[in-house]
Design a protein around this ligand. Structure first.
Ligand code: NAD
Length: 500
């Protein structure tokens, strides 16, 4: 099997002659290869999207919504197939894969309401015989550049809103798991989207740079690591494009002494180890306030982490899969080594895990590092693996200060029974998405998703009304229609002249 590009409604193997292997992370075996587009191929795809733009932009929003309604049905009908495509290339369990498609589907459902969302504003009589109205028009050709960890959901944060707003789209998915996004584009065609409106072009830096430099790309939505996001934001903006770049994270969970400990432990299990910790909203640092809180938390969590059922995505009862690549496994292991060398206590050790029948798979076991301090790299950096660091601040103030002074500001959570503390935290913390007794506070589709600090560059978060704003340009018309009636004249609709 070879993963393909999808341009003008047809799959293509590309002409660059460059490709990259795609793996089943559970076995370590190569399962397909993906073509890597040249700059010339990107430019050709942009030309296709540009040619499709005026027809689609001028299609009434209600008709564009009908495509989204049909697309929604096709996703529901093919949910198992999409989940299988995700799991075989990403490694996450089928339940996790279905979960991500469901979250993406919610954005499609939100996009079905686009006629209402695009309704403008109207002010009558802003001056004598002068009315003013504002409307939102498509920005043009939009490019989406997406990460490996949610190969269906993250593209679905973007293209349903961009297309519903009347733009045409080029998706450059992660080259590590490109099958699901390709299939979604094919379903959009089946739903009636005209050819050329949605294109998928695979590639690496060469393809991304070509998108950043092509003058016919009006806007770029990026989701991925902070290093690449910063680069894309800088180069895209320098080229005059509208850019939103959602980036890396280190999400803290504060556990106050009065928290419901069972609830906190269950929450941390899912939030730290779900999808092998490869989520930008994963909890990777727990700040347990006071030694007693930390001791109770660690002693309740550790047996659960040891009991995690790890395996290939389709094994019965499997709770956690592998990480994405061999390099990723090595990187995560190196971080644990470094944490231990720096003085952290390895309470549960995921290094050296070998599963019978999957000896070459990219598995790392669930890991708990206790007594982590703020200067350690395991705390400062995004590890993006199943590793939870536990810090032991003495007070609430000390805990909040850690969150506030960290480089990243994507998500955070507080577990407490104290409404006052929770309210204080939610109002004052410098993080984009906050949970109160909710470990992964991912906003629903009709709100917007986005972090602060090094977790996002740009002015607009993604989906919800922010999505409408990002994917449209605001135009305001001020119109004077002097009234002839005042002068005793009458309208003549037949002659084309206003008065006679
Ligand atoms: P990545 O930054 O390596 O890749 C993201 C995209 O950028 C891919 O399409 C890739 O092909 C492209 N890319 C990679 N190197 C490039 C280069 N040198 N020049 C131009 N383009 C390049 O990220 P990843 O490893 O695929 O995904 C994991 C990262 O994504 C984590 O940091 C995670 O936190 C982040 N993420 C953030 C969010 C969010 O909403 N904030 C959501 C999901 C993932």
């Amino acid at each position: 099997m070879t993963d393909m590009h999808f341009i003008k409604g047809a799959t293509s193997a590309g002409t660059s002659g460059r490709s990259q292997n795609v793996y089943n992370p559970a076995t370590g075996a190569v399962t397909s290869s993906v073509p890597l587009a040249s700059a010339a191929e990107i430019d050709a795809a942009v030309a296709v999207a540009k040619a499709a733009l005026s027809g689609w932009a001028n299609t009434p929003p209600a008709k564009r919504a009908q495509v989204m309604f049909k697309f929604r049905e096709l996703i529901i009908k093919n949910l198992d197939r999409i989940a299988e495509l995700i799991s075989t290339q990403h490694g996450k369990t089928l339940d996790d894969a279905k979960g991500e498609v469901s979250r993406g589907l919610e954005v499609v459902e939100f996009a079905c309401g686009i006629p209402h969302l695009l309704k403008g504003e109207y002010s009558a009589q802003v001056a004598g015989a002068v009315d003013s109205y504002s409307l939102r028009q498509p920005v043009g050709v939009v490019a989406g550049i997406t990460p490996f960890n949610f190969p269906a959901m993250v593209p679905m944060w973007m293209f349903p809103m961009a297309l519903a707003c009347g733009n045409t789209f080029i998706l450059k998915p992660s080259e590590r798991d490109p099958a699901a996004p390709l299939y979604l584009a094919q379903l959009l065609s089946e739903a009636g989207l005209p050819d050329g409106c949605m294109n998928v072009v695979n590639g690496d830096k060469e393809a991304v740079d070509a998108l950043l430099d092509n003058p016919d790309v009006a806007a770029i939505s990026f989701v991925g690591s902070t290093t690449i996001g910063k680069y894309i934001y800088g180069r895209g903006c320098a080229n005059g494009k509208r850019v939103q770049a959602l980036c890396g994270a280190k999400n803290h969970m504060i556990i106050m002494p009065d928290a419901d400990m069972n609830q906190a432990v269950d929450a941390a299990m899912g939030a730290a180890y779900g999808s092998a910790g490869e989520r930008c909203m994963a909890i990777s640092a727990v700040l347990a306030v006071g030694d007693d809180t930390a001791d109770r938390f660690v002693s309740a969590l550790a047996p659960k982490v040891r009991a995690l059922k790890i395996g290939q995505y389709d094994e019965p009862g499997v709770e956690m899969g592998p990480v994405i690549t061999r390099e990723s496994k090595e990187r995560v292991t190196d971080y644990i080594n470094q944490g231990e060398a720096d003085g952290a206590k390895v309470v549960v050790d995921g290094r050296g895990l070998s599963l019978q029948g999957y000896e070459d798979g990219f598995f790392v076991g669930g890991t708990i590092l206790d007594h982590v301090t703020a200067d350690m790299s395991v705390y400062r950096d995004e590890i993006f693996g199943p590793v939870l660091s536990i810090l032991r601040p003495k007070t609430y103030e000390e805990a909040v200060n850690l969150v506030m002074t960290h480089e990243y500001g994507n998500g955070t959570a507080i577990f407490t029974r104290d409404g006052d503390a929770a309210r204080e935290f939610a109002n004052n913390v410098n993080v984009g998405m906050v949970g109160v007794n909710v470990p992964i506070p991912v906003p629903v589709a009709y709100h917007s998703f986005g972090g602060w600090k090094a977790s996002m560059f740009g002015d607009h978060s993604i989906h919800g009304m922010e999505g409408v704003r990002f994917y449209t340009k605001l135009k305001t018309v001020t119109a004077r229609w002097p009234s002839g009636i005042k002068d005793g004249a009458v309208f003549n609709f037949h002659s084309g002249s206003e008065t006679k």
